[in-house]
Design a protein around this ligand. Structure first.
Ligand SMILES: [Zn+2]
Length: 351
């Protein structure tokens, strides 16, 4: 068993959606259900010991475009969303995260020491993340409050433009160079994250935005849930040039389990073999080195291979990687240690 700490999940979105229908998020997480991908029992079974848990304000207009006769598709970007309604939803999700922490259902971690301690105690180690920062406000007026609530990583933009940056659409085949990069407010957000010690996540941002952050941030470049564009040519995946820049900064890319980002044909299809996951890991390890590859499941946020199923199936990927020749020390890096290293760096912990 390799303990897995991964870079992206949407369990807070599921708990929030169900809470609006009357479910108790703490009970749902602790007792578990067969809905979605992550809760305490399934995480324990699969050795998923923690991860980055996203505050994500959903876009009501998101309808994924179906493929044409050639298997190509291009979902239009969702419309921008307003600051105040986003702030309300984000606060409600942060509230659920804090309630889970206070109930002992998971531990909201603010340091790598806290992550290791939670893992040692068998408590899910949650790091509060924000995927798209509409809720923070262009003037950053809510940033310190979310930081105080435990926010320690954020992606300036999701796949819709906002005050900080431009996002890429869900499209195949398409280059990630689809729109401009950071705005003035986006540059200010990056600087504030550097100062506070909040890890900046480059998933969903355009290629120009990626390079804007690369030239501005003092952190390693981290993309929490994306794969190799050379193998799956969706706009959400990273070009070789981007992978090289991540490697140069001693950063990290977390493997996204979404079948649309794994398969050569980029289709949403749960009958996707584990070998497609191994293929992307192999490619990224070859290109960037073993220290720059991690996992970023996108549990509760995507259609994933049925051979994984949910968090309980996390060790099936580990077994597939083992069969492909990865040793225990390499697996430890991919499964958690690389994530802990980049988090510690972004959080200004002494090396
Ligand atoms: Zn995402």
């Amino acid at each position: 068993m390799q303990a897995v700490f991964d870079g992206h999940n949407d369990v807070l979105l599921r708990l929030w959606q169900n809470a609006r229908k009357g479910s108790d998020p703490v009970g749902e997480f602790v007792t578990g259900t067969d809905q979605g991908h992550i809760d305490a029992p399934r995480s324990k079974k699969g050795g998923l010991v923690g991860g980055l848990c996203a505050i994500y304000v959903p876009s009501g207009d998101l309808v994924l475009a179906g493929p044409d006769a050639n298997g190509h598709y291009a979902t239009p970007l969702s419309a921008p969303i307003e600051h105040l309604p986003s702030l309300r939803v984000a606060v409600e999700m942060a509230d659920i995260a804090v309630r889970l922490d206070r109930a002992g259902a998971w531990k909201l971690c603010r340091s790598t020491a806290e992550i290791r301690e939670a893992i040692g105690q068998g408590i899910f180690a949650s790091v509060l993340h924000m995927e798209g920062c509409e809720a923070i406000g262009a003037d950053l007026s809510a940033l310190e409050t979310f930081y105080a609530a435990g926010l320690r990583t954020l992606g300036p933009v999701w796949s819709r433009h906002n005050a900080f940056a431009h996002g890429v659409p869900f499209a195949f085949p398409m280059s990630p160079d689809t729109a401009p990069g950071l705005t003035e407010a986006g540059f200010e957000l990056v600087k504030a994250c550097n100062r506070l010690g909040i890890l900046i996540d480059l998933a969903h941002i355009t290629e120009k935005g990626f390079w804007d952050v690369a030239k501005t941030s003092d952190q390693p470049l981290v993309v929490s849930h994306s794969n190799a564009h050379a193998l799956t040519a969706v706009a959400r995946n990273l070009t070789d040039k981007q992978l090289d820049a991540v490697s140069e900064s001693k950063g990290l890319v977390g493997l996204n389990y979404a079948t649309t980002m794994l398969r050569a044909d980029a289709q949403e299809n749960a009958a996707t073999p584990l070998s497609d996951m191994v293929r992307h890991i192999d490619y990224m390890v070859e290109r960037m080195g073993i220290d720059c590859v991690g996992l970023g499941s996108d549990f509760d946020g995507a259609t994933i291979p049925e051979d994984i199923g949910d968090a309980a199936g996390s060790q099936k990927l580990v077994a597939a990687l083992k069969s492909a020749g990865y040793g225990d020390a390499e697996l430890a890096k991919i499964c958690r240690e690389n994530w802990l290293r980049v988090l510690g760096q972004a959080w200004h912990e002494a090396a």
